[in-house]
Unconditional design. Structure first.
Length: 477
């Protein structure tokens, strides 16, 4: 009997263990099917995230409240999760204070004009984004985020071979024009620099200007959306040279030629230099009113001037006219970026945030509907171009087709003291108060000061993605 009882107890123990094993197996399978799973930490369909919080900080800007649909989706698929987001004009100051208090948000998107991301990276505030690349995508589990991210769009925050900043909203840039005006006036859309200049005389005869650009904010508008694309069409290597400090960086021959070509337009009366001294929206009103043919700006233009476009104004994108017809065009790609706190204790939740932002079609459509601009994913135009305003969609068509090669100007972000010198020299050059030599010498002197200051970290600008795009363009011609 004892043996029998012992056998019965042994049998009961085995049954109990088997039952527990089945329960554990069922729980594991349920967790694997959870819509929010990226690793073994996610839940079982119950309130597995009860007590968990994801803390997000956002600036107020052109990307709008783009975090809202992402966070709403996370609360839907991760039961019990609580998300908080603060949108504030002073997000940069909030971030500094919270960093000093050792209480940074998990994810933060702050204005790069007021927050030094590179100092934050060097001080260990930001977490490298490598941990995201192996995360499975939402709509296709056979792919990972690293397979679909367009890394060429992530130049900002790239340090020592690692990306520290995610492009939340990508703004394309170029020359914008009214296609209806061109039809009415019989203007041909220029495909080369010579054709662009020739159009200036026709515009002048019609009491219009060929061009205006902001010199009041010349360190952004003139420098990013006019000068550097022009410089790259002349010699892209010389453009790259200006991004790396050296005593003679600005002596590059293409720099002088770009300034000479711009001065030629000014001297011929093709540039509205007066409107360029106004506030941005006032400058842009001159364009909206049909007084100017081309305006170099970013893809936020249509949304920014909403309510001011006259009836029939058909805003279109023109890839920057190359020096020789058939050569590639160049455009400055910019945007707002987010980063992840190196102190986050919610790495799994951060993974989910970017997973849905970059690979869930429903969430992405809502985000693009708010920002009206692109995300850093491959083949964005083909998959999401229909969600963009027509003007913005036309710029993405040019990028994805290879017609326009994107780059991001980095020197003013690397070396914040450069901005004031750029603004001062551009303003003086456009107004005719200083010469081309004054511009070049002043910028070289600024680089000499940067080189002499041991407290300023030095960075190497990487032109490889641009050169790869040029090779691909030439192979497909």
């Amino acid at each position: 009997m004892k043996k029998h009882k012992g056998s019965a107890r042994h049998f009961g123990l085995k049954a109990l263990l088997m039952l527990l094993s089945l329960v554990m197996l069922f729980t594991t399978l349920s967790a694997c099917q959870s819509p929010g799973k990226t690793d073994g930490t996610t839940g079982d369909g119950g309130d597995s995230y009860a007590g968990r919080k994801l803390d997000v900080l956002f600036m107020v800007g052109g990307q709008g409240q783009m975090a809202d649909p992402i966070l709403a989706k996370l609360e839907e698929v991760l039961p019990g999760l609580e998300t908080t987001v603060v949108y504030d004009h002073q997000a940069n100051e909030i971030m500094r204070k919270r960093t000093l208090a050792n209480d940074p948000p998990d994810i933060f998107d702050v204005n790069a004009h007021f927050y030094d991301h590179y100092a934050a990276i060097n001080e260990g505030v930001c977490k490298p984004l490598d941990f995201l690349y192996d995360v499975p995508t939402v709509n296709d589990s056979s792919k990972k985020l690293g397979d679909i991210i367009n890394f060429a769009m992530l130049n900002f925050g790239y340090v020592d071979g690692k990306h520290y900043c995610m492009a939340d909203t990508i703004y394309t840039s170029g020359l914008w024009y009214d296609a209806n005006m061109f039809k009415e006036k019989g203007y041909a859309v220029p495909e080369s620099w010579d054709e662009f200049v020739a159009l200036g005389e026709k515009a002048k005869a019609d009491s219009k200007y060929l061009l205006t650009y902001s010199s009041r904010y010349g360190d952004e508008y003139f420098y990013n959306y006019w000068f550097n694309p022009l410089l790259a069409t002349i010699n892209v290597q010389d453009y790259g040279r200006t991004q790396n400090p050296a005593p003679d960086s600005w002596d590059a021959p293409a720099v002088r030629k770009a300034l000479e070509l711009t001065k030629e337009l000014i001297d011929k009366g093709y540039v509205d230099t007066v409107s360029g001294t106004l506030e941005i929206t006032e400058t842009q009103m001159e364009f909206c009113n049909g007084n100017i043919l081309f305006y170099p700006c970013g893809s936020w233009l249509e949304a920014e001037m909403a309510g001011n476009w006259p009836d029939g104004f058909d805003l279109k994108y023109l890839p920057f006219p190359p020096q020789k017809k058939g050569d590639p065009s160049y455009l400055h790609v910019t945007g707002v970026v987010s980063a992840v706190s190196a102190k986050t204790k919610n790495e799994d939740l951060v993974k989910e945030y970017y997973r849905y932002m970059l690979s869930d079609k429903e969430t992405m459509e809502k985000v693009v509907g708010i920002t009206l601009n692109g995300l850093p994913v491959k083949n964005f135009s083909a998959n999401y171009g229909s969600l963009l305003p027509k003007s913005v969609a036309s710029s993405w068509d040019a990028i994805d087709s290879g017609q326009a090669i994107g780059f991001r100007v980095m020197a003013p972000s690397f070396y914040t003291s450069l901005g004031a010198t750029l603004k001062d020299r551009i303003d003086g050059f456009t107004s005719g108060e200083i010469s081309i030599d004054d511009v070049i010498n002043g910028l070289n002197e600024q680089y000499e000061q940067i080189l002499a200051d041991d407290s300023v970290p030095k960075y190497e600008y990487d032109l490889s993605s641009v050169m790869d795009a040029i090779r691909e363009y030439n192979e497909n011609k």
